[in-house]
Write a protein that binds this ligand. Sequence first.
Ligand SMILES: Nc1ncnc2c1ncn2[C@@H]1O[C@H](COP(=O)(O)OP(=O)(O)O)[C@@H](O)[C@H]1O
Ligand SMILES: [Mg+2]
Length: 254
Amino acid sequence: MTTVISVTNQKGGVGKTTSAVNIAYYLAKKGHRTLLIDFDPQGNATSGLGINKQELGATMSDVILETTTLADVILPTSHKNLFVAPTTSYLANTEVELAQANRRFSRLKNAVDNTAGYDFIIIDSPPSLSLLTVNGLIAARYVLLPVQAEFYALEGLGQLLETMKLIRKNMNPTLDLLGVLTTMVDGRTTLSGQVQEEIARHFPGKVFKNSIPRNIRLAEAPSHGLPIGAYDRFSKGARAYKKVTNELLERTGQ
Ligand SMILES: Nc1ncnc2c1ncn2[C@@H]1O[C@H](COP(=O)(O)OP(=O)(O)O)[C@@H](O)[C@H]1O
Ligand SMILES: [Mg+2]
């Protein structure tokens, strides 16, 4: 059975892509066949895995327009068990086209449901509550919600939870919040600690025990086209994502 997880927060710059890439890497490293679907027109997950966007054939745009299958766009990476469904900026045009199409909310779900052979599918979502994001939420069993440890961390999350509720009611009754992952934690500031406490109050029992520290190596790795585990596996960031991946496996019962 495939476990599908959407990494979602409509805010940009909170660590969605960093979390999606690095958790997918550690799942693969642990022997789980893992597919990372880049579902953000910015295509950062694609380039973060070292894939040259200029040289791509079919991409997620073609999958969503149903001119090709998901299996046909999947590429291997240089990491065992880790595969990627790439995206280019053209996905933004595709989203506009999709707005008029039939079954526009369930295109990704259909694609995912018809793709066998993966233990995990991780979806990297765009920074909006757009049609693409809704497709991700309908395709997924779980939402992983990265929250940046900053003052306005919780602002806007009510809207996301409301959207999840509607989707649960209408399209995807088993959608569940897998966990809230606190990112870019600066251990030296009391603000980070206060924000972490506030997040814990807001999401009782849902916050990952391990958080992700602010770590420059995590920001450098994508420019080398590498997940942190392959770029600097002894860095604080690498160790944190490894622990979070173990926690994720516990939470999904694997
Ligand atoms: N824990 C971290 N420490 C330092 N930099 C980080 C960390 N997590 C993410 N970044 C950097 O912050 C920026 C935003 O992160 P990203 O994962 O792209 O967020 P999102 O996908 O939510 O927009 C990127 O430049 C990324 O490299
Ligand atoms: Mg991103």
